[in-house]
Ligand binder design. Structure first.
Ligand SMILES: NC(=O)c1ccc[n+]([C@@H]2O[C@H](COP(=O)([O-])OP(=O)(O)OC[C@H]3O[C@@H](n4cnc5c(N)ncnc54)[C@H](OP(=O)(O)O)[C@@H]3O)[C@@H](O)[C@H]2O)c1
Length: 220
């Protein structure tokens, strides 16, 4: 019997799109999640927490391909390290990681930089942990998904006045397209850092908000 592909973050926005594509490709899929769940529709769930490392050993046991998508606003470097520590170089033949466009380009100099953009620093550190893991690896950097930008714009709309920083640019991408690319990569040969993935259009912040809520007056 073929070994299952482990998808960390398989319950998230991106992961939940990746899982059915892997199944359609004929793979057995195991999902690591902090919330225990019954096996469903051919998907095996293993309970574990990448922040502490608890349960991760059981999740990686017997898997040859790992698609590491679990992430949050903080601590993705630690999550990657706990995952890698639980693997055996003899067992895993491909570790695929999702990072974010700009991970290597956002300067993190001041405390304010770190407070605002620390996410990018932790994604870059996680990339480095993957590259230094000794496992064959592939990393894809994607831009923000449409859903995330829409949610951010909705949150901003709750403010009485919306600050619109000049110079901010977004090139959102469809999460389904990123999922399809990740499956292609996971079932292919380890390729290291592959070309970034972003959507076809670049938006300014004001344009993005205007598209969602109507005209925005920008002072930028
Ligand atoms: N959203 C974007 O615009 C975007 C853009 C580029 C790259 N990315 C990257 O893509 C990945 C997925 O993003 P997403 O938007 O799909 O995320 P999401 O919807 O917020 O889902 C996060 C996933 O990570 C898992 N997770 C979080 N902390 C965990 C922990 N301590 N232990 C185990 N699992 C944990 C969650 O699983 P449970 O809650 O079930 O435990 C969930 O499946 C992330 O690595 C993110 O950095 C996202």
């Amino acid at each position: 019997m073929a070994s299952p592909i482990l998808v960390t973050g398989g319950t998230g926005t991106l992961g939940w799109l990746v899982v059915p594509l892997l199944k359609n490709a004929g793979c057995d899929v195991r999902v690591l999640s902090r919330r225990g769940q019954e096996r469903e529709d051919g998907i095996e769930f293993v309970t574990g927490d990448l922040a502490s490392g608890e349960g991760v050993g059981a999740a990686v046991n017997g898997t040859e391909i790992i698609v590491h998508l679990a992430g949050s606003t903080k601590g993705d470097e630690d999550k990657a390290r706990h995952l890698i520590r639980a693997t055996s170089p003899a067992g895993v033949r491909h570790l695929v990681y999702i990072s974010v466009v700009g991970a290597d380009r956002i300067p993190l100099v001041s405390g304010i930089d770190r407070a605002m953009f620390g996410y990018f620093g932790s994604k870059l550190a996680a990339e480095q942990a993957v590259a230094d893991s000794g496992l064959p690896w592939t990393t894809l950097r994607a831009s923000q998904f449409h859903d995330l930008l829409l949610m951010t714009a909705r949150q901003m709309a709750k403010l009485p006045v919306i600050p619109v920083p000049a110079g901010f640019r977004f090139q959102p991408v469809d999460a389904g397209e990123v999922a399809a690319r990740l499956v292609e990569l996971a079932l292919g040969t380890p390729a290291g850092l592959v070309p970034d993935m972003a959507g076809p259009r670049v938006y300014g912040m004001a344009e993005l908000l205007a598209g969602t809520f109507g005209p925005v007056v920008s002072t930028g």
